[in-house]
Write a protein that binds this ligand. Structure first.
Ligand SMILES: [Zn+2]
Ligand SMILES: [Zn+2]
Length: 345
């Protein structure tokens, strides 16, 4: 089968590798669509260094069941499915408490986080555990369905962790990739004022089209001042979905009594300061969110099924796997939203 194999940083090769066989409790899926996440991009370029080679990237997949191992009963060959790229055992204390993203035996197919990184889905086939596979509703096509993982991450951060309420004034810092899904979830959940902050006017125009009430480009204005001009009392909820530490610092400079912050985008070990007494008297609250779990995946599927979040509004480019290097070039540009790879096109 054809797969994009990362042999070293900046060395992504198209290779012919064996199709794996599903063992007990495993499923083999022929991948129809796989989103290109910034996490993949950062691994390929060496912007994130926690990569063991070889790596087959790609962790936003949907496809068709091509084979099942023994003891797999909830799906059969030929079913259309969505893969949760964060695998879990279902038996450890965290899994049994419903927090499978804390699983002690966790693995990822092509993603970041767990030590156990298995081949991802920039590949014609992916092997994974049966408990990570969800039926794809017929009303959601493969390109939209493969976005279940990032949509679920947005739902988990905004709704489950930060408990956004209807009418909340929300600021999303970074609307280039996952942030735009945070924005769509916040819109669907009834945000009052919804401010998108991004360095790219292209991303901001997308955010505006998808429901941002205001946009702020820190390259052009003092972002903090611009946000207080929009909401003089400060925001109810601020989500840092950007990555750079500057975005986190901007987030914690935006506050009112009871403000909630979500450390959502940054994954690198960098520091920022907080004023203890101020935080105490404001009752400011900091949440964080990473990865996904079955609850978030099911909620994301429901949001898409009910047309509350439509990932196709965000997809700007599609490439067959054979053109992965062109896709990589597009990922490096600021004039793109979601890029989708079709491994079996
Ligand atoms: Zn991702
Ligand atoms: Zn577990």
């Amino acid at each position: 089968m054809l797969a994009a194999v990362l042999r070293d940083f900046n060395n992504l090769l198209l290779e012919d590798i064996p199709i794996p066989d599903p063992g007990p409790g495993e499923v083999l899926i022929q991948i129809q669509s796989c989103g290109f996440c910034a996490t993949d991009f950062k691994a390929i370029l060496g912007i994130r260094r926690n990569v063991d080679f070889p790596l087959v990237p790609g962790h936003e997949p949907a496809g068709i069941v091509a084979g099942i191992g023994s003891h797999v009963t909830h799906i059969k060959e030929g079913d259309d499915v969505i893969i949760q790229p964060s695998g879990y055992c279902g038996l450890c204390q965290y899994c049994r408490m419903g927090m499978t993203h804390y699983c002690q035996e966790s693995y990822t197919t092509g993603g970041d986080g767990p030590d156990d990184v298995r081949p991802g889905s920039f590949s014609q086939y992916t092997l994974t555990g049966a408990n990570t596979v969800y039926h794809k509703p017929a009303s959601i096509d493969f390109d939209a369905a493969c976005q279940t993982e990032p949509v679920s991450g947005a739902w988990k951060g905004i709704i489950h962790q930060s408990e956004m309420q209807v009418g909340d004034d929300v600021v999303i810092i970074g609307t280039g990739s996952i942030g735009v899904y945070c924005l769509m979830v916040a819109k669907a959940a009834g945000a009052g004022r919804l401010v998108a902050v991004d360095l790219s006017d292209y991303s901001l125009s997308t955010a505006k089209r998808l429901g941002a009430t205001h946009t702020v480009n820190p390259k052009q204005v003092d972002a903090k001042q611009a946000i207080y001009d929009i909401m003089p009392d400060g925001p109810d909820l601020v989500v840092e979905a950007a990555g750079p530490i500057e975005a986190v610092k901007l987030m914690v400079s935006l506050l009112r009594r009871g403000t909630r912050w979500n450390v959502f985008g940054i994954t690198t070990p960098e520091e920022f300061k907080l004023d203890g007494g101020l935080i105490h008297f404001l009752e400011a609250r900091m949440d964080a969110s990473f990865g996904t779990n079955p609850l978030a995946m099911q909620q994301a599927i429901r949001l898409m099924q009910r047309d509350l979040v439509d990932p196709k509004q965000v997809i700007s480019h599609r490439f067959p796997l054979s053109e992965i290097s062109q896709a990589l070039d597009v990922m490096a540009s600021t004039k793109r939203n979601k890029v989708i790879i079709h491994p079996n096109a």
